[in-house]
Design a protein around this ligand. Structure first.
Ligand SMILES: *Cc1c(COP(=O)(O)O)cnc(C)c1O
Length: 416
């Protein structure tokens, strides 16, 4: 049986006692200024003392469908989750890179192995399960691509309806997914922020359940589960450094929230150091860490569409976490992202989309700078599949001209 939960505002700490949906803190929501990130993103809080009493240790988290999770999720039954396999993704150890043995431990957590090929399924699954328990049949989201394709797929599995508002410029594969899953797709003439605001208006008018990232606190709560899995897959330890591709800062906050839950339960004693990796051309989150109240927006421009955001939707929570737990902000440029993407694919067999490659580029950059300590353990979170955005990599590979179906010509072509 899942226990009660409540919401706590990540800005003013106001608590809202409710097991229904609460989006933003009613007090802080009003304080939003135009051009600034939203205030009042809520956190789901449990009664940790009660949970502690009969929480089992060990490999507790491996399966999302295990009852062990339930006390730390705002749903009543695991049966509300989709039948598809969500999470429980592999984490690979890499001993060697570029022909050399690594002197530190490197683990790749491959979250492209989710039903719709990105980490977003963790959030969509929880939002969808919550909706199911509340009898809500329609869910809307604004999306740059992955959260929309994820919600569309998860709703298809759950017999729910989804409405996906996307900017026209989203990568084609992601749009195809949305349409194939049978969602109502709404291309919005404008950017992601326009689509975001439009979906909020729809929710206000119609009460259609809204999955928007950050805005709906369950997105953070769903994404936190990846932290539990990392803890488990490392044999009940936390890594030294954890590289997280960061746009709106929801995945980053979700991971912090997950480890914070474990800290509150006494399961872990220390927090890992998270590295928030942003694309240089879309780094408003890490650039504004020092003076969050004077947030300055620079228009984003990067090849990594999933982390291309102007105003990070979970800016304040992410920044508070980074400060509290001494996280690191790191920017990598598009060239470094593309290089990392290719190296990752060629040397590990994992083809990631540019945003995930950015996290790997972050690891490579710190390694080059001598900032990866010997024998330290490092996890790179790979959030989405490379097949979702093949246009991004078309520039770095070249299709050779066709060879006649002739063995001699083939041997000549291969130089053998
Ligand atoms: C959404 C997404 C991100 C970034 O997550 P934020 O919560 O916006 O920081 C990174 N990679 C992929 C593949 C994503 O879909």
């Amino acid at each position: 049986m899942s226990l009660d939960f409540k919401y706590q505002c990540s800005d003013c700490n106001k608590e809202v006692q409710s097991n229904e949906i609460v989006y933003l803190c009613p007090d802080c929501e009003k304080k939003k200024k135009p051009g600034m990130p939203p205030k009042g993103v809520m956190k789901v809080i449990y009664d940790y003392d009660i949970i502690k009493e009969d929480f089992r240790g060990g490999d507790i988290f491996f399966d999302l469908k295990s009852e062990n999770y339930l006390d730390l999720l705002p749903i009543k039954s695991i049966d509300s989750l989709p039948g598809l396999r969500i999470g429980n993704t592999p984490m690979y150890e890499v001993d060697e890179f570029e022909g050399k043995a690594l002197n530190s431990y490197l683990y790749l957590k491959d979250d492209s192995r989710n039903p719709t090929f990105s980490l977003k399924d963790r959030a969509s699954a929880l939002v969808s399960a919550f909706a199911k328990e509340k009898g809500l049949k329609k869910i809307v989201t604004a999306s740059t691509g992955n959260s929309g394709s994820s919600l569309a797929g998860i709703c298809a599995a759950q017999g729910q309806e989804s409405i996906i508002l996307v900017p026209e410029s989203a990568p084609k594969a992601k749009l195809m997914q949305v349409m194939m899953y049978g969602a109502s797709i709404v291309p919005v003439a404008g950017n992601y922020d326009d689509a975001f605001d439009l979906s909020l208006q729809l929710t206000k008018e119609t009460s259609i359940f809204n999955r928007n990232t950050g805005f709906n606190p369950l997105t953070i709560e769903g994404k936190k589960i990846v932290a539990f899995e990392i803890y488990d897959q490392m044999g009940g330890r936390v890594p030294d450094l954890l590289f997280v591709p960061t746009g709106d800062g929801v995945i980053l906050s979700g991971i912090y929230k997950g480890f914070e839950d474990l800290l509150k339960l006494g399961i872990i004693k220390t927090m890992p150091t998270l590295v928030a990796v942003q694309a240089e051309g879309s780094s408003n989150l890490i650039k504004n860490i020092a003076k969050p109240e004077e947030f300055k927006m620079v228009k984003s421009k990067t090849i990594a569409d999933s982390i291309s955001v102007d105003i990070p939707r979970n800016f304040y929570m992410a920044v508070n976490y980074l400060k509290k737990y001494k996280g690191i902000g790191l920017a990598v440029n598009d060239k470094e992202i593309m290089e990392a993407s290719q190296k990752l694919a060629q040397q590990t067999g994992i083809f990631s989309e540019p945003s995930s490659a950015a996290a790997f580029a972050g690891f490579m950059k710190m390694k080059k700078q001598g900032k990866i300590e010997e024998a330290s353990s490092n996890v790179v979170l790979l959030t989405g599949s490379g097949l979702k955005d093949i246009q991004a990599v078309e520039k770095i590979v070249k299709m050779p001209k066709p060879v006649d179906a002739d063995l001699k010509k083939l041997k000549k072509f291969l130089g053998i």
